[in-house]
Design a protein around this ligand. Sequence first.
Ligand code: PLP
Length: 286
Amino acid sequence: MSEIVYLNGEFMPLENARVSVLDRGFIFGDGVYEVIPVYSRHPFRLTEHLARLRRSLEAIRLEAPLADAEWIRLVHQIIERNAPEDQAVYLQVTRGVARRDHAFPKGVAPTVFMMSGPLSTPSRELVEKGASAVTATDFRWLRCDVKVTSLLANCLMRQRSVDSGADEVVMFRDGYLTEASSSNVFAVKEGVLLAPPKNHLVLPGITYDVVLELAAASKVPVEVREIGEDEVRGADELWLTSSSKEVLAVTTLDGRPVGDGKPGPVFKVIHGAFQEFKRRIMRQAA
Ligand code: PLP
């Protein structure tokens, strides 16, 4: 079964999907996107992903091209038309096709694109061993809370980790932890889960919220506050969270062990709770 995508009202094989070179997504990176994880053909936290999409569209002053009910229908259709049981649905809206001009074009239809590939979550080996990360100064713009397609700074960051043979980049701005190139970051010190606040410097992760809910349910004490670079370097545990990484321990930072260099006890509680939470939701949906 070939990969089926959705473009401006039609489903088609990926090879047939074409967009004009004048699309503002191509010319300016003028668009927003979402990635929705799908387990056993059930989209995870779809309402929350669509709410974030609405906020992203509002932030870039682009009128929502579809109502939530229509997005929900399309997401289910693209899942049905693609083979994997576990998928990552990617959806993108750009400001459409127009002659190149920074100012917004008038009367132009947005480009709506969706694709879905296999969801690749961390292997058991990676979960048990933990990931590696390097650190960097966060030089992205001041609206990191908006999920925009202009991800050049994130790509440059991610490539730094590739160049150093690491899995991710943990970023600091003005001496405080922000996030990673495509994940949120949590720290643990003396049993307390530390989470950077959701502000303009970080993406409000859907998984971040799930982790805070699971921490509350598991009676793990939480502090949502700014976390200094020293605290990160001296943390007992560090985690990455995202729709594809779920919850993943970072066990080396800049080549040095985090805590004792193994995924820690609080990670094990929340990782276990996350897997159980997924199973429960899937059972309810079945
Ligand atoms: N932060 C950044 C920069 C991201 O790109 C992502 C996801 O891609 C996240 C955090 C995690 O967000 P979510 O949990 O909604 O996948």
